[in-house]
Design a protein around this ligand. Sequence first.
Ligand code: URA
Length: 199
Amino acid sequence: MIRRAVPTEWEVLRTRCELCRACELGKTRTSMVFGVGKTDSPILFVGEGPGQQEDLQGEPFVGAAGKLLDEMLSIIDLGRDNCYIANVVKCRPPGNRDPREEEQAACVGYLYEQIRLIHPKLIICLGRIAAGVLIRKDFRITREHGQWTQKNGVWYTAIYHPSALLRDLNRRPETFLDLLAIRDKVREICPEVYGLMQS
Ligand code: URA
């Protein structure tokens, strides 16, 4: 008798995303970009959607913005091995335009499923699109970046998207402070990430 392994919830979700053609983006993509990192991490970063390099390589944040994101993470002693990184939409919007409302609506259920499975304590939105989806529809990134809000026991904040920081160096000092505040929040809420024990 051939025994087939029962797929995990993660495998089922990934396959559903692979097969998804709920919006136009599914028809033009090269790769579906699911997410990367530690699937039971208390820390989740959410960007908006894959760019050209991500579409080619099938992994989030591997282009120029991704290189900067890795540097931002390393400032606060985080990396792809101790947090999870996902996007609001899993397929590349052509020409790197913003994902449209209907594309976000078609895809966000997969992100909610990822959040349910990861069960993070902190969610850091990268840019206004993720903040608009996960924190508040009318979130203003210029005014509200770095602020914390708690919903259903999960802490949320938003920082400037790394692509915005590549375009506008003036935003980097504020983002540095936001990163330090994220590090403090990690120490407070999930110190085990830094190898610190809760007292
Ligand atoms: N920008 C995003 O928002 N996500 C990626 O994966 C890459 C660039």
